[in-house]
Ligand binder design. Structure first.
Ligand code: FAD
Length: 317
């Protein structure tokens, strides 16, 4: 079933979560071990992220460092199909612009269609950590909106090759990313919201947000979206803090603001065990309020660990 159908049929706030493919060389069992404890909460769908190849430095002769291009977390499509097959739950692979030509994107979408996967979350992909900015592959998309347009065109039977005899229309439900605290590269909130609206106008069915730790940021964002005519469901993304270092990592990487009360409490934590407990309490409070306000679904960022999500889900669902 499509995510939008789950949302439209739901009687109360749905539960969903996101997984990262394991590091190259690991087994699928690591993914199943994360999923197993969460299945009791009836996830409506499970997302699997996509990771572009990146440059890593490996030790060479004479102590030199050799730049090597590799994908550390491959396997999104295979993992998606494996989860859908094993758990009979809908899975949403992320499809990114970065590292793909439009032809390669088309082929990836055909693979998903043939595998019976009809949900995708379309994102641009992260900026290169070394170059410090996003660079599209030659012949690839620069912005997520272009990939949304490609997927929606395929849903109408329009492939890149216009000479196909009877092109099969695909049937993708398309989600896109939204940023309650603005995307880091956007010049201002108004411009970022307009860009988000372009993705929805291009055919996106729903929005999933970046993590946030202050619900008022989400409610304000939702209000602004509605004011500019975005009518699709907006799904809040929640990430429970689990490390003391998140104090500086999360604002730097995800451009999010941590409320002072959370900062003070986190600074008082003696170790990461205490930080994780605090993260659970904070996420429970956030999720309970979001649920009370009737959000369609709460999407949990697991980062590959489910013990804290289990504790949260038990108290919220
Ligand atoms: P876009 O919508 O393309 O926006 C990127 C920036 O460009 C924004 O600042 C926007 O305002 C601006 N912009 C958009 N269109 C235009 C235009 N036409 N002209 C000028 N400016 C424009 N990353 C991964 O690598 N893999 C994943 O699996 C993944 N999953 C994610 C899931 C969620 C729910 C979220 C919130 C993020 C995810 N990311 C993932 C991170 C994401 O790739 C980054 O946040 C990325 O920097 C932006 O992606 P986007 O789809 O929002 O980009």
């Amino acid at each position: 079933m499509k995510v939008i159908e789950h949302i439209n049929n739901a009687k109360s706030t749905l539960f969903s979560f996101e997984l990262l493919p394991p590091l190259k060389g690991s087994t699928l069992q690591t993914i199943f071990d994360t999923i197993d404890p969460l299945m009791g909460f009836n996830p409506a769908y499970i997302n699997v992220t996509y990771h572009r190849e990146e440059v890593v430095y490996r030790p060479g002769a004479n102590g030199s460092l050799i730049p090597t291009v590799l994908r550390r977390r491959p396997g999104t499509v295979g993992i998606t199909a494996a989860i859908q097959h094993k758990y009979k739950v809908d899975v949403v692979p992320h499809i990114i612009c970065g590292g793909f030509t439009q032809q390669e994107t088309e082929d990836a979408l055909i693979d998903l269609d043939f595998l019976g996967i009809h949900n995708i979350l379309v994102v641009r992909g992260d900026a290169d950590k070394i170059v410090g900015k996003f660079e599209a592959k030659a012949g690839g998309h620069r912005y997520a909106v272009q990939l949304v347009k490609q997927a929606i065109a395929m849903n109408k039977g329009a492939y890149l090759d216009e000479c196909l005899e009877k092109p099969n229309p695909t049937n993708f439900c398309v989600g896109v990313a939204g940023y309650p605290e603005k995307h880091a590269e956007a010049p201002n909130v108004t411009s970022d919201l307009q860009r988000l609206k372009e993705k929805v106008d291009a055919g996106a069915d729903y929005i999933v947000t970046q993590m946030f730790f202050d619900n008022s940021k989400f409610f304000e964002f939702e209000k602004h979206c509605r004011e500019i005519g975005i009518t699709v469901p907006i799904i809040p993304g929640i990430k429970p803090i689990s490390l003391k270092e998140h104090l500086s990592i999360l604002p730097r990487i995800f451009n999010v603001h941590l409320p002072q009360e959370l900062v003070t409490d986190l600074e008082k934590c003696a170790d990461n065990k205490a930080a994780k407990e605090l993260g659970v309490e904070w996420a429970v409070a956030q999720a309970k309020e979001l649920k009370e306000k009737g959000v369609p679904s709460i999407h949990f960022y697991t980062m590959g660990k489910s013990d804290n999500i289990v504790k949260i889900a038990r108290r919220v669902y």
